[in-house]
Design a protein around this ligand. Sequence first.
Ligand code: GMT
Length: 381
Amino acid sequence: MRIGIVCYPTFGGSGVVATELGLALAEEGHIVHFITYDRPVRLGSGKANIFYHEVRVSDYPLFDYQPYELVLTSKLVDVARHERLDLLHVHYAIPHASAAWMAQRILLSKGIRIPFITTLHGTDITLVGRDPSFEPVITFAIEHSTAVTAVSESLRRDTLEHFPVGREIRVIPNFIRMDRYARQPDPELRRRFAPNGEKLLVHVSNFRPVKRVMDVLKVFLGVRAQLPSRLLLIGDGPDRHAAEMMCRANGTCDDVLFLGKMTEPEDVVANSDLFVLTSETESFGLAALEAMACGVPVVTTDSGGTAEVVESGVAGLLNPVGDTETMVRHALSILGDEAALAAYRQGARSSAARFDITNVLPRYEELYREVVEHVQTNGVH
Ligand code: GMT
C-alpha cells in the first residue's frame, strides 16, 4: 500500500511511534510518505520505501500566527494526489485530524476518495483536546475520521467519556522492536555513571508539568538516603530548570546527572537499574515500555494506560499519583534485594515482549485494508 503518515517529528512518544510504524511498514514493502514540518528524529536516512515531505510555512508578516494547519492540508492534498496514496494515517489529533479531514474533502472534489485514520496518543485527548478552545473541532474530526485508534484501553475510555462521539475506537497498543533493545551491559558506561557501584535510577521525558519531574527527584532522594544511588535524567523541557534548582538547593548535583535530549536513550537506560515515571496522566507510557524492553524494571504512577503496560509485581510496581513515599518504598524493595532485582529485570523484558512489533503491526495492516475497502465500497462520508 501507499501510506501517508502525519506526525510531530520531535522526541515525543507519538512521533516516535509514528516513525517506527512507518519504518516497519516500509520494511514490509509498503511505500511510506512522512508529511510533517521537520524530518522525524528517529527516521534516519537512506531507507528503502521511505519518503519525507516537509511542510514549510511562509513567514508572511500579516500573520501573527502562521496557518500551519492549512499548509499541512495543502501538502496532504498534493502528496495524496501525486503519490497516489491509498490512505492517510495521522498521529495526534491536534491539528492533524482536522487537516486530514479537510484534505479528504478537497480530494473528493477532484474525484479522489481517500480514507484517513486518526490515532489518539494521550494529551491530544486528556489535556489539550478537552480545552474548550479545541473540543468542537476534535469531536468533529474524531467523528469524521474513517477509523480511530487509541494506544490504550484507558485512552479509549477517556475519549468516550470526555467527547460526545458515538463511534468505534479501536485499541491498537504501542509497540516495541524487542530485538533492538536486547543489550549486553556496558561496564565502561556503568563505571562512568556509577563509579562507586551505586544503583542507577533513570527517567526519560519531555520535562512537562504532566510528568511531575519533582516527584522523580523526591523518589531519588528517598532512595539515596538508604542506598548509594545516582539519578540519570534524560530529556529536556519546561521543568528542567526547577529540577536543577532543587538539586542545587539540597546539594545533590553530583549524584543527579542531567544528560539532555538523546536520539537513542536506550544506550543509557539499558545500563540502569530502575526506571522512574511519576506522571499525573500517561495514556500509555512508551518510555516505560522501552525501559522494560531493556530489562529495566519500572516504578510508576497508576495514571491511565501505565497499568496496561507495566504488569505490577512482574515488570515493576504501580503507585498512586504524588505518593512519593510509597514509590520510595517500592523502589527500595526492588533495588535493595539482588534476587528481587534480577527477577524484576527478567519480568520486565518478558512483559515488554507482549508489545513486540510482530504482534502489533498486523493489526494496523488489517485496519488499513479495512478502511481502503470501506471507502471503495461506501465512499467518503
Ligand atoms: O508524553 C508526552 O507528553 C508526549 C506525548 C506525545 O504525544 O508525544 O505522549 C503521549 O503519547 C505517547 C505515545 O503514544 C504515550 O506513550 C504517552 O503516554 C502519551 N503521553 C501522555 O499521555 C501524557
